[in-house]
Structure formats: C-alpha cells, structure tokens
Design a protein around this ligand. Structure first.
Ligand code: ZN
Length: 168
C-alpha cells in the first residue's frame, strides 16, 4: 500500500454550469494505492475550488469542492474492469474530472438565503434590503395596501359619477 498526496493543475475547465473548476486552478489530491489480486485499488480525495456566479444574484463566487472516489485498475481487461493499469501507471485524470463535475452544484448560491435580484430594478437585494419583495416585508402593511386600493376605487367611481353629471 502506498499513499501519495500531490497537487495537480487542471489542464482544461471542469464543468459547464454556473460554477466550474477553471483551467489552471490547483487540485489537492490525496491518493492511496493498494495492491490487490486483480490490480491496483485506488482511493482518492480531491479538494478544489469552483468559481463562477451566484445563480440568484450573479455576483462572483468561489465554492470549495470536495470529492472522494474508489476505483479498481485491473492488470488485464475483463468484464468488471473499466480501467486498466497502463505501463505501470494509473491515469486518474478522467476519474478526477468525472467526480468533480458531478459534485458541482446546478444552482450555486453566494449564501443559502441569497434573496436574488429585484425584478424591477435588477439590483442585488442583499445590497438593497429596502427593495425586498412585499411577502418578506412587515405583514401589517398588507392591510394598509388593501385599504388604499379600495379608497382608489372609490375616488374612481366618484370621478365617473362627476363625468356622467357633466355629460348630462
Ligand atoms: Zn447571491
């Protein structure tokens, strides 16, 4: 059994979504290689950082990505063997890539309760709490809003009546 911690540099971007591990960024890999009858059993832990945008408010974010996987590399190809030892080496790149891409969130957020953007102004609500939508504001105001609406209707009716009187 052999343990081998190392740092790898991503040759290509990993992931196509709102956040991705960018080309050139570093991945910390902790790998354990065990000799078994059929080949080499690889257990790996990978730490990386995904960069991109918050899915709600679009600011730049960087999220830690931690993945683990285990895979058997066989000395000879066989039914249950997907990966093979090639020239006494195991190629971890496709395994690291698959594990990292699967771990990336589809809806990354800058913080779990990110309120997103204001629908009218497009401003980031976390920076402008005064714009937060009515359902989040003080419920006592909703009664007042209803009162104002009915009062507006009343004045409309009155003006209609005035117009009718003028037409006569
Ligand atoms: Zn956000």
């Amino acid at each position: 059994m052999r343990e081998h911690p190392f740092t790898a540099v991503a040759a290509d971007q990993m992931g196509e979504g709102l956040v991705a591990v960018r080309a050139g960024s570093e991945l910390d890999v902790d790998v354990r290689l065990e000799s078994v009858h059929e080949g080499i059993l690889v257990t790996a832990e990978v730490d990386a950082v995904a960069e991109g945008e918050c899915g709600r408010c679009l600011i730049d974010i960087a999220l830690p990505v931690e993945v683990e996987f285990q895979e058997l590399f066989g000395y000879h190809s066989g039914e249950a063997i997907e990966y093979e030892v090639q020239d006494d080496h195991v190629d971890l790149e496709p395994l690291i890539r698959d594990a990292v891409v699967l771990a990336l969130p589809f809806q990354p957020v800058c913080r779990p309760d990110c309120p997103g953007l204001d629908l009218e102004t497009g401003l980031r609500l976390a920076d402008h709490p005064e714009l937060v939508t009515p359902e989040h504001s003080d419920p006592r105001w909703s009664a007042l809003a209803g009162f104002q609406a009915s009062e507006d209707n009343g004045s409309d009716d009155a003006s209609d009546a005035d117009q009718q009187r003028e037409e006569r």
